[in-house]
Write a new protein. Structure first.
Length: 244
């Protein structure tokens, strides 16, 4: 793995029964980069990033994160790498029975031990300030709009100070204005925290705003790679179809 490479996936295969989803995916992500992965529904985008954190076990291939091959790691060793990675799920994945404060506190206590109550409160407030929602600290998830839930989901990800963030459809189900706000938030997080990110999305405006580089999955492999403007002008009609 090169000095600047934080994530390296080589020849990644994954099937579910007869359904062969990934058929030899290769990709690298450099330190501080936002990599966007595009693809039709069911193309394996989310499966690839779940393999990256061990939520799904790969059938074959090598996955290196921070210079360590994680494919055969014991659980305790894998967990040491996982705590350096934030995962923003599509639905925000908040606990409905907990307030915003309790959701963030639960995550923080799970990842970081021996913090005082004051330190926990300060970290919660800082995380909420970073997503512009400090006033929502005592609200329940049911009181939040879709965009607010996404922001709180991001705050919960940021509270553990991750070096890598994996975004799974961060703007799905949101209106155009809120989607733009989430995309801008992803950029501000990258700039402020120097995070390295993979962003799975169907939202081409999100891809254009947030992606330093874009890859497109087709038939289980990376079919195209480049910047937004490069892929938009591709000679491949299928690649161009994403940009219409």
């Amino acid at each position: 793995m090169q000095d600047n490479t934080i994530i390296s996936i080589k020849n990644l295969w994954k099937s579910f029964g007869e359904n062969q989803v990934l058929k030899g995916v290769n990709l690298t992500v450099n330190k501080g980069e936002n990599l966007v992965i595009l693809g039709r529904s069911g193309s394996g985008k989310s499966v690839a990033i779940k393999c990256l954190v061990g939520l799904v076990e790969a059938d074959k291939g090598d996955i290196e994160v921070f210079g360590t091959n994680i494919t055969n790691l014991r659980k305790d060793a894998l967990n040491k790498i996982r705590v350096r990675i934030g995962f923003m799920f599509q639905n925000g994945a908040l606990y409905d029975s907990m307030s915003v404060r309790q959701n963030l506190s639960f995550t923080l206590k799970h990842h970081t031990h021996n913090l005082s109550d004051e330190e926990i409160e300060n970290k919660i407030i800082e995380a909420l300030e970073n997503v512009g929602l400090e006033e929502a600290i005592d609200k329940m998830p049911s009181e939040l709009s879709g965009g607010m839930r996404k922001r709180i989901g991001l705050a919960r990800t940021l509270i553990i100070n991750p070096e890598i963030i994996l975004y799974d459809e961060p703007t799905a189900g949101l209106d155009t204005i809120t989607s733009r706000e989430i995309s801008e938030l992803i950029l501000s997080v990258q700039k402020k925290y120097k995070t390295t990110s993979i962003i799975i999305t169907h939202d081409m405006m999100c891809a254009k705003r947030t992606g330093n580089r874009i890859m497109i999955l087709k038939d289980g492999v990376i079919n195209a790679e480049g910047t937004y403007s490069e892929l938009e002008k591709s000679n491949d009609e299928w690649v161009r179809s994403f940009f219409i």
